[in-house]
Design a protein around this ligand. Sequence first.
Ligand SMILES: Cc1cc2nc3c(=O)[nH]c(=O)nc-3n(C[C@H](O)[C@H](O)[C@H](O)COP(=O)(O)O)c2cc1C
Length: 451
Amino acid sequence: MTVQKRTTKAPAKKRKSTGPKGAAKKRKSTAPKAKTKSTRPKAGAAKAPAKKRKSTAPKAKASKTKSMPKAKAAKPRKSKPMVRLKAVPAPPPAPKRTAGGKSALHTRICEMFGIEYPIIQTGMGWVSGASLTSATSDAGGLGILAAATMTFRELEQTIARVKERTDKPFGVNMRADQSDIMKRVDLLIREKIRVASFAQAPGERVVKTLKDAGVLTMPTIGARRHAEKVQAWGVDAVIAQGQEGGGHTGQIPTSILIPDVSAAVDIPVVGAGGFRDGRGLVAALALGGSGIAMGTRFLLTQESQVPDHVKEIYLKTKANGTIVTKAVDGHPQRVIRTALIDQLEKANPLTRFPRAALNALSLMRVTGTSLPELLEEGIAMKQNQELTWSQLAMAANAPMLTKASMVDGKIEAGVLPTGQITGVIDEIPTVAELLQRIMAEAEQTLDQLGA
Ligand SMILES: Cc1cc2nc3c(=O)[nH]c(=O)nc-3n(C[C@H](O)[C@H](O)[C@H](O)COP(=O)(O)O)c2cc1C
């Protein structure tokens, strides 16, 4: 059983990658005509490319727009068709900038992970399931399954489903403080998963076990000292997420973090937080990164199974419509500012506790965790993250609040983790189209720079 509800049309069949080589050719559209005009130009949004070409994306059903929860910065607008596909720029000629026969856009992580493009779709709880992950890997990037919100059995089944859809490498995102972490580590080894990613530092034992068995590790970090620490443990790469990024996030902006971390460690640094296009990819490489990792941009694709009316809210949110709050689980988390968030922000931490405890019990049922396991996990989390009991109950709270919106579509009862980049995203392409567009724009940007 998967924990995600399928609400958008995604191609079930294995598709052929439209990889970089494909970038040199024009693709023929075989799919029904999709809207190519964005109905919501936003400040700072990418200019429409001069040349238009036909979309190969399946025409998606226009969804009914539900009214927004009372959100200060994200006012509801008139109902519009949700799926807006922009024309993709004409693919550029074959890459000219070569180093040892490879394009400058073919970076260390391409070699390390065995992928065509230096683009990673990050693990997002309740969002990155088999559909999104397989679509990303199949299209030439690295898709990552979000496993922290899955039971062990669901993880096994979801891995099998990804393998049915693609034979390309993909990753699994985990929480190292889960009580069955070593069982999950064994599963990844058995299944020959290419990469294990972690929201937080995974611990030396986990890194070593995976490394010895040939699984690459890549935690997300938000500060230079964390990158240095995990490098010493032997991790293979880091995702450096700047404060503009979605979900749990740090304080340092991406533009400062990437060069700072890249200068401090020898392993590849993948930039995250605020990326959506080819110009961003070139910028990340210029700052010393080996690629980009994106959450929000991938959440807003056809293959992401988030309900349509929830995607619509992301599309309508402006860049200043997000907030970093500790009110959800005690850790700074970037979310869309809604009435619920305002309510949680104002609430006395003592009154948040009963709700958090109830949600912790629900999560226990969803993930198949027993009470002793929950306590064991809780104690480990408490020690690792130096949390108070109250913060711990709140930490258990977050995944259920995310499930309420991302799976059940109950916006008024759930949180909507997001990066600020949502403010300049106004369409829902297919994953293949997105990746092709990013690579084409990166090539054009390098051309313009005379690189
Ligand atoms: C809805 C959502 C859920 C997320 N869940 C997780 C998670 O389970 N594990 C994790 O490591 N990061 C999680 N993140 C963070 C993303 O993996 C990624 O690092 C971040 O979104 C990058 O910033 P961007 O949104 O600007 O691209 C989540 C982000 C979002 C938006």
